[in-house]
Design a protein around this ligand. Structure first.
Ligand code: GH3
Ligand code: MG
Ligand code: MG
Length: 423
């Protein structure tokens, strides 16, 4: 089959323009949103548009002359490769680097005008190398993403396209294009252009599918995230807690602990310092909890000023220690905020279960009872209630913990949850 370069290039330009239209319309439907997914589609669409314009310039020697058309066209195509790389980089969550989009085009122009690449062959090889570098760099950005598993089709296509660009170099060296006329009648160049066209089409659909996946992922994550603190919300926390408890039933008796934390006199904090300071306190608690607890512990916001954490594989004693560290660290951090004597504190109820496979609702009931006990005992403290309703508290000098399941006050022996033990 004989392919003529002009016809296939014109088809390439037309297909790129149609793809650009499709991608830009998709972006427009999303209100030109700058969120990662729609922006990826939009930037890819803009890159396709610039590519199409570049192709058009090359095909219109009547407008800028043959050399002018080639230079303008190649510059625009290089720019489009830079734009694709940048789109992939932003999609991968990396910072914007707009100057690098222009670098390839600048190198090409300098090579042409400073006489570094005097012949058509030289310029063509520089052009191919720049396209390949941008393509490999785009694949590398997608590969570096935290979840690169969905990017494999795009990575594969980008690597293939870049390798095919690089393959033009030995071909040019062994059978030089020589002049524009020779390039036009070259037997292999149309196939390269056809391959580029097919890659463009495949990549455009891969980009759309990646953006859709990302969008769904983000929507799911929004539905499970508390906006104020960025922590998992109640629904997400229960999902995790249920799976932890279920795994435990199958795993046969591994311990699990649950913490429920409620900020003390938080209504007064709001009333005294204002709602925005209250919000700041909630965010601070979330931050301290994330820093204090182990990364395998899942902390979430149940609602209002109430939080919970599920600690898989952690027994009661360790859970009380963790809760106590959290309580103390929060009291210290929330003492003064932006120069205000906020003095926020937290009460934490803790429960754990090693032997009995308590359901989630029983664990929550026990941790709630422990929290209630901590409030009644004077707040700013940790109280533990185990499956046998035994209690341990921490966080008060007058109270010592003698075993994970027994609690004594130095003054009065076995702790009674009454206001007598308030500080
Ligand atoms: P206690 O020590 O017994 O827990 O007393 P409290 O004042 O903390 O408890 P209460 O349930 O009376 O008050 C909870 C307050 O939390 C009331 C509500 O205005 C406030 N609150 C709930 N959600 C938010 C929020 O998102 N931001 C702010 N600033 N306040 C909130
Ligand atoms: Mg409260
Ligand atoms: Mg509350």
């Amino acid at each position: 089959m004989y392919l003529d370069l002009i016809t296939i290039s014109a088809a390439n330009v037309a297909v790129a323009a149609v793809l650009a239209g499709m991608l830009l319309l998709t972006w427009a439907r999303d209100g030109w949103s700058l969120e990662a997914a729609p922006r990826f589609v939009g930037s890819w669409g803009l890159a396709a548009l610039v590519f199409s314009l570049g192709g058009m310039a090359m095909l219109m020697p009547a407008v800028w002359g043959v050399t002018g058309g080639l230079i303008i066209g190649a510059t625009l195509v290089t720019l489009s490769a830079g734009m694709k790389w940048h789109a992939a980089r932003l999609f991968a969550g990396r910072p914007s680097a707009p100057a690098w989009i222009l670098l390839g085009a600048a190198v090409l122009l300098l090579a042409a005008f400073l006489g570094l690449a005097p012949s058509l062959d030289d310029r063509f090889m520089v052009f191919c190398s720049i396209l390949a570098v941008y393509g490999f760099a785009a694949a590398y950005e997608l590969r570096r993403m935290p979840d690169a598993s969905q990017s494999w089709p795009a990575i594969t296509l980008l690597v293939l396209a870049s390798a095919s660009h690089l393959s033009w170099i030995p071909i040019t060296l062994t059978s030089p294009l020589g002049s524009v006329t020779a390039a036009m009648t070259s037997v292999w160049l149309p196939y390269v252009v056809l391959a580029t066209l097919l890659m463009w089409v495949a990549l455009a659909f891969v980009v759309l599918s990646m953006a859709k996946d990302r969008d769904e992922e983000e929507q799911r994550s929004h539905a499970l995230t508390d906006i104020l603190t960025g922590l998992p919300n109640r629904r997400a926390l229960f999902e995790v807690a249920e799976s932890v408890v279920e795994r435990r039933v199958h795993g046969g008796g591994t311990p699990v602990s649950l913490l429920i934390a409620d900020l003390d006199y938080f209504k007064d904090t709001n009333d005294t310092f204002g709602h925005s300071v209250g919000d700041e306190v909630l965010r601070l608690f979330a931050k301290v909890a994330k820093l204090t607890l182990h990364h395998s512990h899942v902390v979430g916001r149940l609602g209002g000023e109430e939080f919970a954490a599920i600690l898989p594989g952690v027994d009661g004693e360790e859970a009380v220690d963790a809760a106590e560290r959290l309580r103390a660290q929060f009291a210290e951090s929330a003492g003064f905020m932006s120069g205000l004597p906020v003095g926020a504190t937290v009460s934490i109820g803790v429960t754990a279960d090693r032997h009995v496979d308590s359901g989630l609702s029983r664990l929550f009931r026990m941790a709630d009872a422990a929290l209630y006990a901590a409030k009644r005992a004077g707040r700013n403290r940790v109280v533990f209630i185990g499956p046998d309703d035994s209690a341990v508290a921490a966080g008060d000098d007058s109270i010592v913990r003698t075993s994970p399941t027994r609690l004594y006050s130095r003054r009065s022996g076995l702790l009674e949850f009454s206001n007598e033990v308030s500080p």
